[in-house]
Design a protein. Structure first.
Length: 280
């Protein structure tokens, strides 16, 4: 090949490489421009469509959660929080907050689940004409606020309800295993306690029925313990400071309550009020 041919070939190669490079940079430039336009369009779309933005955030959160779970070896379950029996005690009314913090300190229980139980006791107590601090006092003596407590004769949960005896009451909550749901056990226990008080005609007598000692010479001091704690909680609810003395592990009498009587008529509620007032 002659010198002029080699020179022409070199010139052609340079021209080809220059054209390729120019085309590459043009494509890159246009590509970045398209990406920029896509970003701007996406931002505008998300700004005008909150539903799309929420969906995007949920998918991104789910992806990040899955990555984090894969790294930690824990299977994610975001809905688990809905099963928790807990609340912020600072958001309760002052009276309920006083009770929740005092119980939590005395019985060495976290204040958050206590806050939920105290709020539930106040709501259920109002609906059943029972002092909520009496309900909490029964709970304290029965289980020391252990929702999984069980006695040797089958009393279960926070209020140590005889699950087999009162199985019909748990049908409304899906079955007997609901005895270990704190709020369900509280509601069923309150109904049983209300029936026992109606049968006995007084709080003290009702407590003897509740523990299964109505026909026994002694209830082992059960009613006395509950009434003493009831008095303390009533004072705490009113804002009166009381010393916190952590109790030893409490044991109740053998519980064999009879079938509850029918709820009392409205005019029989007066003796309850008198006894409640006398403890204030």
């Amino acid at each position: 090949m002659t010198a002029s041919g080699i020179t022409g070939l070199a010139r052609g190669l340079r021209t080809f490489c220059g054209d390729v490079a120019e085309g590459f940079f043009e494509i890159m430039h246009n590509g970045f421009a398209l990406v920029g336009l896509a970003v701007v369009f996406s931002v505008i779309t998300l700004g005008t469509r909150p539903d799309l933005r929420q969906q995007g955030e949920e998918r991104l959160t789910a992806w990040l959660t899955a990555r984090q779970a894969a790294a930690s070896g824990i299977k994610p379950e975001p809905g688990a929080i809905e099963r928790a029996t807990a609340a912020n005690p600072g958001e309760l009314p002052r009276e309920q907050a006083n009770v929740a913090y005092w119980i939590a300190k005395k019985y060495r229980v976290a204040p958050e689940p206590l806050a939920a139980l105290v709020a539930e006791a106040y709501e259920v107590g109002r609906g059943n004409r029972l002092d909520p601090t009496l309900i909490l006092a029964v709970m304290a003596v029965e289980s020391s606020f252990n929702p999984f407590a069980q006695s040797a004769v089958g009393a279960q949960g926070l209020m140590q309800v005889m699950t087999e005896v009162h199985s019909d009451k748990y049908l409304h909550f899906g079955g007997q295993y609901a005895a270990f749901d704190p709020k369900t056990n509280l509601r069923v226990g309150v109904k049983v306690l209300q029936d026992c008080i109606a049968r006995a005609g007084s709080i003290e007598g009702g407590l003897r029925y509740y523990v299964g000692a109505a026909n026994l010479p002694s209830d082992g001091g059960y009613a006395e313990k509950v009434l003493a704690e009831y008095g303390r909680l009533s004072q705490v609810a009113k804002g009166r400071p009381l010393p916190v003395i952590t109790p030893p592990k409490l044991r109740t009498a053998t519980k064999q309550p009879a079938a509850p009587a029918a709820p009392p008529p409205a005019q029989e509620a007066a003796p309850q009020s008198v006894e409640i007032a006398s403890l204030s």
